[in-house]
Ligand binder design. Structure first.
Ligand code: 26A
Length: 341
């Protein structure tokens, strides 16, 4: 086992406050939304934020995909401040709520602060097992590379970097800066496809960073969309995983790993020309509180072991366990002690 120290893991992402409510299909239809969207808010979506507040008894929960992952990772580790985080917030109450939650969970947040913009929010519309995410990034969209330059000690100190595909909508130059540092210093860059729209609308910056990615996470719909956009000519997840593994890679010292989750179906792990399957215990529909943050939780559990150089069997087992715990709770919440089994 390798020793845990402060700042071993650095995450970059969009700090968002989730405004979460249970709605019906009619409400989704009214706003032209599907049950499992993950999109950027357009002007037409803005009334949703007030409606959730005024008519749907919304809950306010700390969110933002990478921040969720780091909070879950810290929840599992006994030691605070192993994970540090960069992202941009406004100077408002919501930023204070986010920072307080993240610090209470043990994440060493280093926010860039924007005086003109409000902290980002994400509407989370729950219908049964499904959740639709509409993110209004606001301040999060104003993250800039100079925050990295000013706080480069965090980058130098970290051995592992975790960045969402979502962050490609904000600052590809920041991602490339960290990616190049990781390559030059033989450190690990882990990324997530995050949502189908990333492979469609942010294809160019995504393909620019792909060669630097040592470990790529995605779920089945994200993988299928990526394959379609890249003309892989197959809808078979195993074939897609192998093709992702063999995309160009800068640091040839490490083989690329690809991990694809598929809800209650087995997690697939691709390495060189092998694929391994890890079964997931199905959760009864009546035990599901909400699936918001489940994917982030999986990565958080995985990272908590990966940064200790544990085996992939351990990393994935804890990932699955963490996702399960998050599904039993509202949003990505981490109160109480994490139970390994
Ligand atoms: C750029 N976009 C769309 C986003 C997000 C996002 N985090 C960062 N960028 N859209 C949704 N989320 C977060 O994902 C979590 C669930 O996986 C939500 O804030 C939610 O907590």
């Amino acid at each position: 086992m390798s020793e845990l120290r402060d700042g071993l893991l650095l995450g970059l992402g969009n700090p968002l406050l989730d405004i979460s409510a249970i709605v019906d299909n009619e409400y989704l239809a009214k706003h032209d939304l599907g049950p499992d969207n993950a999109i950027l808010a357009e002007d037409k979506h803005m009334p949703i934020f007030t409606e959730l507040q005024e008519k749907y008894n919304a809950e306010y929960i700390a969110g933002g995909s990478v921040q969720n992952t780091l909070r879950v990772c810290q929840w599992i580790l006994d030691k605070p401040n192993v994970a540090a985080y960069f992202g941009c917030v406004g100077q408002d109450k919501n930023a204070e709520i986010l920072e307080k939650r993240a610090r209470a969970d043990g994440v060493d947040v280093c926010y860039q602060k924007n005086e003109e913009q409000l902290t980002g929010r994400c509407a989370v519309l729950i219908t049964g097992k499904h959740r639709s995410l509409i993110a209004h990034l606001a301040a999060a969209n104003f993250f800039s590379e100079d925050h990295i330059d000013k706080n480069f000690k965090y980058v130098e100190n970290a051995e592992y970097f975790y960045i969402s595909g979502f962050f490609l909508t904000v600052s590809p130059p920041s991602i490339l800066k960290v990616a190049k540092h990781a390559k030059e210093n033989n450190k690990s860059l882990l990324m997530n496809l995050s949502a189908p729209f990333i492979s469609q609308l942010f294809k160019e910056p995504l393909m620019q960073v792909i060669p630097y990615i040592d470990l790529l996470f995605g779920n089945e719909s994200e993988a299928l969309t990526f394959a379609k956009e890249q003309n892989f000519g197959t809808e078979n997840l195993k074939e897609i995983g192998f093709k992702m593994v063999s995309l160009p890679k800068e640091n040839e010292n490490r083989p690329r790993i690809v991990i694809l989750t598929q809800g209650s179906h087995p997690v697939l792990l691709f390495e060189n020309n092998t694929v391994r399957e890890f079964p997931v215990q199905e959760i009864k529909e009546c035990d599901i509180v909400d699936t918001n943050g489940a994917g982030d939780g999986f990565v958080g559990g995985f990272l908590s072991q990966f940064i200790q150089k544990k085996s992939f069997d351990d990393c994935i087992a804890v990932g699955i366990r963490a996702a399960r715990e998050i599904i039993f709770r509202s949003g990505c919440s981490t109160e109480g002690e994490f139970k390994f089994c």
